[in-house]
Design a protein around this ligand. Sequence first.
Ligand code: FES
Length: 165
Amino acid sequence: MKFPPKKIAAWEELKACYQNPRAALIPVLHAVQDERGSLGREEMEWVAEFFDLAPIEVQETATFYWMFRTGELGRWRIAVCKNLSCDLRGKDEVLRAVKDVTGIEPCGHGPVVSEDGLFSLQLVECMGACAAAPMMDINGEYHENLDYAKTREILESLRREEEGR
Ligand code: FES
């Protein structure tokens, strides 16, 4: 795997900012993801070598944080918050709408991709928008104060957008 030498130099500089170079692991994972689109096995092995870590240590970090794309994902990446405020205020209705539009059954482990490859769904921890619960993130954009109808409308508009391409 190759990255532009300028990028690698910047990541080396970042590593050098910390007493424990491993503190730069998350920003470097973000940068590698930006470069490559996702963090597959090759990317994680490269990062492990860069930090002199075992690949499993990088994998543990990358799979813990939902913002890292480590598996197969849909064109539209849906992350639904499963924590207390969202749970109490209607997360299940959000998930019901996701299932009705995409066919995806929520699963506690990692992202699940719809049959048409258009959507993937991941249940995630609190995203810091509890006051606007329940909420979901789609490709980095927050959708808040959701209910069944609003969630459905958002997802159907994404499907229509895709069909119009
Ligand atoms: S509990 Fe859902 S955003 Fe905080």
